[in-house]
Design a protein around this ligand. Structure first.
Ligand SMILES: Cc1cc2nc3c(=O)[nH]c(=O)nc-3n(C[C@H](O)[C@H](O)[C@H](O)COP(=O)(O)OP(=O)(O)OC[C@H]3O[C@@H](n4cnc5c(N)ncnc54)[C@H](O)[C@@H]3O)c2cc1C
Length: 362
């Protein structure tokens, strides 16, 4: 990690290490083919059946779990935006011996170039040993005309898109390695994220446009809220036969807590694209004036994170988890006694997240 940036692959390794420490049963390359919402059971492609307390559908943009939750196909819609990603190592940049890149490469924060219908971000990853370059480009033609090209074409497309731009950017692109090309997608606001003991998480439930680079951060917040709620419920050690009634309520509580922020984040993301990629000169002057006011100019880079962080601040940390605990407490006071009063406690005890039921597939 360098500054606040980490690649998806590195972050996945961090999560896997933690999961191994917690002795979670990890099934590599397992494919879920069937999900039973009521019994929280999944059936894998190899026929294995796994039953848990809840099923969390964190299967990304093209989620099939989403279809199960809604009882109908609900695919995302391709947008007219493509994200091109390229990488270049620090050593490759140094080998160029290009003095005009020194200042750029000494930065630990994000550098952004803004243009009509396109913007590009450049930032260090892997302890500054590598740089990531991402171009968000809005096509006027339907996406079908611009979809997945061969890897070599991707880099030449990136180069073509930056003709006449900052010479430093052109130099980097001339030596970068193409990484990926992704058509961006949108998703309508779903009527629900849950069905009995099944819940959607992250881009399976909403797709936050990439322009603020906040989707994964929001997904981690989703995970923090959900695990806090389940942990709080487990603390009350409810009897097993109550779980089919309690867990759907807890999952619905999670949706209530997270959906408004998700809807807002989608709107913020789309607004960011309009602001960053405005084409009209008057609009561009206004944008530059606004960004300048937020501390973002050609000569500074600190303001960018300040702007993004300022928007995120109220949602992160103790504020969010404090609110989660308060909402759980309100639910517990109102609902739990009603359910528990009718039943006597089992001396055997029961905990959510019993080791044998904690299973990840990926
Ligand atoms: C170009 C691009 C740039 C981005 N940049 C940023 C950024 O800078 N900052 C940021 O915060 N976010 C960014 N994002 C968003 C970020 O990638 C997502 O928020 C994040 O990947 C969501 O994680 P996830 O685990 O929910 O879904 P995914 O990462 O999509 O993972 C879903 C997993 O589910 C698995 N799966 C699917 N179906 C099944 C099945 N039937 N059985 C078993 N497994 C299955 C898939 O194989 C996959 O491993 C970017 C996204 C894109 C496309």
């Amino acid at each position: 990690m360098h500054g606040s940036h980490i690649t998806r692959a590195d972050f996945l390794d961090v999560l896997l290490d933690k999961a191994r420490q917690l002795e979670i049963d990890i099934r590599h390359h397992a494919v879920v083919e069937e999900i039973h919402c009521g019994s929280a059971e999944v059936v894998l492609k190899d026929g294995a059946r796994i039953q848990g307390d809840v099923v969390v559908g964190a299967d990304g943009i093209y989620s099939k779990t989403r279809d199960t939750v809604l009882n109908q196909p609900c695919p995302p819609s391709p947008a007219n935006d493509i994200a091109y990603q390229a990488t270049i190592s620090r050593s490759a940049l140094k080998a160029l011996n290009a003095g005009h890149l020194d200042e750029l490469c000494s930065k630990t924060k994000i550098t952004t170039w803004l243009g009509s219908a396109q913007h590009t971000v450049f930032f260090p990853v892997r302890q500054g040993e590598e740089y990531m370059l991402v171009t968000y480009h809005t096509h006027s033609a339907p996406p079908a005309a611009a979809v997945v090209a061969a890897a070599a074409d991707g880099l030449s497309q990136m180069q073509a898109l930056h003709q006449g731009w900052d010479i430093r950017l052109q130099t980097i692109l001339a030596h970068a390695t193409f990484f990926s090309q992704t058509t961006q997608h949108t998703l309508r606001t779903l009527p629900t994220w849950t069905n009995a003991r099944l819940i959607l998480l992250g881009p399976a439930s909403r797709i936050i446009p990439s322009y603020q680079a906040q989707d994964l951060a929001a997904t981690l917040e989703d995970a923090a809220v959900l695990s806090t709620l389940l942990g709080l419920l487990a603390h009350y050690n409810p009897e097993p036969h109550l779980l089919p009634r309690l867990l759907p309520e807890i999952l619905a509580l999670h949706e209530t807590l997270r959906k408004p922020a998700a809807v807002q984040a989608v709107q913020d993301g789309l607004l960011s694209r309009r602001v960053l990629q405005v084409g009209h000169p008057v609009g561009q002057a206004l944008r530059n004036w606004f960004l300048g006011g937020a501390g973002i100019t050609r000569d500074t880079d600190a303001g960018w994170l300040k702007l993004v962080s300022a928007q995120q601040e109220p949602r992160l940390g103790d504020g969010l988890l404090g609110e989660t605990r308060a909402r759980f407490e309100a639910w517990r006071t109102e609902r739990l006694p009603l359910l528990l009063a009718a039943e006597s406690r089992s001396s055997a005890g029961y905990g959510i997240g019993r080791k044998r039921l904690r299973c990840w597939t990926y």
